[in-house]
Design a binder for this molecule. Structure first.
Ligand code: NZQ
Ligand code: ZN
Length: 389
């Protein structure tokens, strides 16, 4: 652990089948004007909406709603929500949904009292809020992003085709509490479940594939990855397996709640590439990551070979005897590829709606980060994207 860091995570978690009852403990802590934020209607079909409304009503809350928050929430939708929250004089924002709803609610929390355009301030200039932040809580229904316990908020600007995430430094942007009931995730379509599983896996990879020091975070990451592989194989065959789904849910939270990033620079280039593909195709987040991962990792492997070798041995159980480091590392990535195919993940960006003519534009909106084993030049980004077609 060679880095310097501070660690604080203020989000209180309530986990398990009875966790929604925690709203009776949490809601009285905030003012009466609550804005309930949710997506396209899954919570109305599976009964979560009714259960939440009942608790809000029993707590005497005055509730306004923002519904129809779409996967990959847009800036236009954010503007719409700002008007609703301002009119309602929101004291508290309650997000009920997946990462999109949680992210959107965080973006809303820093925008309601913002004196200028939130896109310019938070997503173009990456500034921190200097206005009051509306407190928020989260009832999670889709597992993957870790948004339930972090300060990330990804917003898509459909005009510029930019999908940008701001991980706020201000802890007040993080949910005050999050309700994690694995039962709520059982109605997820298989496609969303596996996309979420790959999102979790890649969050860990993004923080693992950087640095060369002996770092506790890497050992925690290997344990999380192994648990995820085990549970994902069970859930893939038996989606209603509560134990597997509960482990996946818990792993997702720890994969991106800042713990395993401590002491690490972080790579995050799979996310930058995937988000850029998402900005141009509106494809499901986890699938965009899956589609670009193998071309990217096979390319950067040469720059971080000792870690790729360790990944192969400690995560995938590759036996090292009689093999070169490159062979071991390649076997690890081959095992990862087999697992991805077993889950039914998107293995190229063509199936997500991208094509060769779009490569330059996708490369133009790919943000280049410097924390990984190789800082990509434009021609390398283009090459990885072409290899992902
Ligand atoms: O809108 P509804 O009708 O609710 O349907 C949703 C949506 O269509 C559905 N769904 C959610 N819970 C369900 C359900 N369907 C049936 N039963 C349930 N229990 O699932 C679909 C996808 O939901 P969404 O919230 O979009 O998925 P996810 O959780 O993957 O969130 C994706 C967003 O999070 C961002 C992504 O970029 C993307 O915009 N990310 C946020 C991060 C963060 N805050 O740290 C990090 C991630 O890397 C990611 O970038
Ligand atoms: Zn992600």
């Amino acid at each position: 652990m060679l880095g310097n860091f501070a660690y604080c995570n203020p989000t209180k978690l309530y986990f398990g089948q009875d966790s929604l009852q925690s709203l009776y403990t949490e809601l009285p802590k905030y003012g009466d004007n609550v804005v309930l934020v949710y997506g396209g209607g899954s919570i109305k079909k599976n009964g979560i909406y009714d259960a939440v409304r009942e608790i809000l009503q029993k707590n005497g809350k005055n509730v306004a709603e923002i519904s129809g928050v779409m996967p990959n929430p847009t800036l236009t939708k954010l503007y719409e929500g700002m008007e609703i929250a301002r009119k309602h004089k929101a004291d508290f924002l309650l997000a009920v949904g997946g990462g999109s709803v949680c992210d959107y609610t965080k973006a809303l929390a820093v925008s309601v009292h913002c004196g200028e355009d939130p896109w310019e301030k938070y997503y173009a200039r990456f500034e921190e809020p200097d206005c009051p932040i509306v407190p928020l809580g989260c009832v999670l229904t889709m597992v993957g992003t870790g948004s339930e316990m972090n300060a990330g908020a990804v917003i898509t600007n459909t005009k510029t085709k930019q999908k940008i995430g701001h991980v706020f430094a201000d802890e007040a942007v993080m949910p005050r509490f999050s309700v994690l009931n694995p039962q709520f995730t059982l109605t997820l379509p298989h496609y969303q479940m596996v996309a979420g599983i790959y999102d979790i896996f890649n969050h860990i990879c993004e923080q693992y594939f950087c640095g060369e020091d002996d770092n506790t975070s890497d050992y925690i990451s290997e344990g999380l990855m192994r648990s995820l592989l085990h549970a994902s194989r069970i859930a893939n065959k038996d989606t209603q397996n509560y134990e597997a789904r509960s482990n996946i849910m818990w792993t997702a939270t720890w994969a991106l709640n800042t713990l395993v990033g401590k002491g690490k620079s972080g790579d995050w280039m799979v996310h930058m590439l995937g988000q850029s593909v998402g900005g141009h195709t509106n494809a499901t987040h986890g699938m965009t990551l899956a589609a670009v991962s193998l071309p990217y990792y096979r390319y950067i492997m040469q720059y971080g070979l000792p870690k790729f070798k360790r990944f192969a041995m400690n995560v995938w159980g590759v036996a090292p005897e009689g093999k070169s480091d490159v062979q071991i590392a390649e076997e690890g990535l081959a095992a990862m590829e087999a697992w991805m195919k077993e889950l039914g993940l998107a293995m190229n960006i063509t199936e997500l709606g991208a094509n060769a003519e779009m490569i330059d534009a996708i490369a133009d909106t790919t943000i280049v980060l410097t924390g990984g084993y190789k800082v990509l030049q434009r021609e390398e980004i283009v090459a990885v994207l072409k290899a992902s077609l």
